[in-house]
Design a protein around this ligand. Structure first.
Ligand SMILES: Cc1cc2nc3c(=O)[nH]c(=O)nc-3n(C[C@H](O)[C@H](O)[C@H](O)COP(=O)(O)OP(=O)(O)OC[C@H]3O[C@@H](n4cnc5c(N)ncnc54)[C@H](O)[C@@H]3O)c2cc1C
Length: 387
């Protein structure tokens, strides 16, 4: 039976990048992918245009039990390194907002780029990996038979969006080798909230807001949905909630807006507020909160109270929409178990974990793909040097 130098489980963002990093070597590399096509999450990402990286990446944009862990990989293969690759393949791109880079045309271009860059690896699709064992080499049991490799890279991702074909294989393998796992939970996920405030009729309304939980805050849009709350600011803050039960988040619905109270006095307050917030929000909110009060021609005290409420709009979170709707998985392989230089498991020589399987969760905005590229390249560089 052929013994491969390297086997990679998962032809997603991280797995393909690791293979690309070893393309110029003479190593025999095998990629095993359960889906019928590679990198399905790259394909659907960024609304089909793939937000492939961000211009403002630092370790502060990542959540992990060890916040320094990402530094070495991110410095070894930076956003600029990925941008240079994109330029080399003549893929047109643009900055949308907040440093987020998207393809002008289609995320398929990024997939084709990764496949071209990793063309010397053997890619087996429709190949479900069921188990892994180690003696001198790794034996990988799959739906297409057994494979053997000297080095094994686990790039099988996390648990988010099961319908795209995900698995808990990384965690199963970690357990088998006595490698600790940080509890997993949905990240970048829409939230459900206690609607006692009568906010049921707000579905579809989007507001530029500052959303805060403890010391973390994000200034981006929030979106009221039929089920609860979504939009970039909500997805971002969701990753910072320790759990989704009875957590209170604070939303400033008039961020950085200086309101001159004198302009409002003796005017219809709801009409005035509609200059700053969507009509439907004001109508519904007033209906619920001020039904019995005559607030037309408001007085200074009333207005101060109302503005105070809009600046400190507290919402009690009751749950999240779960892995079905989460963009990423929080938690995963404990970073204390891995080398931050090359992602090798400290307890198991020649076994590596990269990408979303690891306890590293990026912000919304290209940070998660950059982690996939950087961690994939960290392993590849290390293996190349050893070859
Ligand atoms: C809807 C959506 C949009 C997103 N948009 C963005 C974005 O624009 N920018 C950004 O930075 N991030 C985005 N993300 C997050 C990003 O997709 C992930 O962080 C990234 O794909 C993780 O890369 P990975 O290679 O670790 O895992 P994945 O890309 O999930 O790849 C894992 C691969 O392993 C395969 N696999 C799993 N188990 C097995 C098994 N047992 N046998 C064989 N193969 C297996 C899977 O089929 C998959 O192909 C988005 C996520 C979602 C869900």
């Amino acid at each position: 039976m052929k013994i491969y130098d390297v086997a990679i489980i998962g032809a997603g963002a991280a797995g393909l990048m690791a293979a690309a990093g070893m393309n110029a070597s003479n190593l025999s590399v095998l990629i095993l992918e359960q889906n019928s096509q590679p990198a399905i999450k790259v394909k659907i990402s960024g609304g089909g245009r793939c937000n492939f990286t961000n211009l403002n990446i630092t370790a502060d944009n990542y959540i992990s039990n060890n916040k320094h862990f990402v530094k070495s990989s991110l410095a070894g293969f930076t956003a600029n390194d990925f941008i240079n690759l994109v330029k080399k393949h003549n893929i047109a791109y643009h900055e949308k907002t907040l440093g987020q880079l998207f393809c002008d045309k289609s995320s398929s271009q990024i997939i084709q780029m990764l496949l071209d860059e990793s063309c010397n690896a053997e890619l087996l699709l429709n190949c479900v990996v069921n188990d892994v064992s180690k003696s001198e080499n790794f034996t990988i049991e799959t739906s297409l038979g057994c494979f053997t490799a000297k080095k094994l890279i686990i790039a099988s991702g996390g648990l988010s969006i099961p319908k795209l074909g995900v698995s808990d294989l990384a965690y199963k393998i970690a357990k088998k080798f006595d490698i600790n796992i940080i509890n997993t939970s949905p990240g970048l996920v829409p939230l459900l909230y206690n609607k006692t405030k009568g906010l049921e009729e707000l579905a579809g309304i989007s507001i530029d807001a500052n959303v805060a939980y403890k010391k973390q805050n994000f200034r981006e849009n929030i979106l009221f949905t039929h089920k609860g709350l979504s939009g970039p600011a909500i997805l971002q803050i969701s990753s910072y909630l320790e759990n989704f039960n009875q957590k209170k988040i604070m939303m400033n619905l008039l961020p950085n807006i200086e309101i001159n109270i004198d302009d409002f006095l003796d005017n219809n307050i709801s009409v005035m507020l509609k200059k700053y917030l969507p009509n439907r929000f004001i109508d519904n909110w007033f209906k619920v909160n001020f039904q019995d009060q005559k607030i037309i021609n408001c007085k200074r005290k009333n207005l101060e109270q109302i503005l105070q409420q809009l600046n400190n709009f507290e919402v009690e979170i009751t749950n999240s929409e779960g892995f079905d709707k989460a963009e990423v998985t929080k938690g995963g392989i404990d970073t204390n178990e891995l080398s931050s230089q090359n992602m090798e498991a400290k307890k198991v020589k020649n076994l590596f974990f990269i990408g979303e399987s690891v306890d590293v969760t990026g912000w919304l905005g290209g940070y998660n793909f950059q982690w996939a590229w950087s961690s994939g390249m960290a392993v590849a560089s290390y293996i190349n040097k050893k070859a």
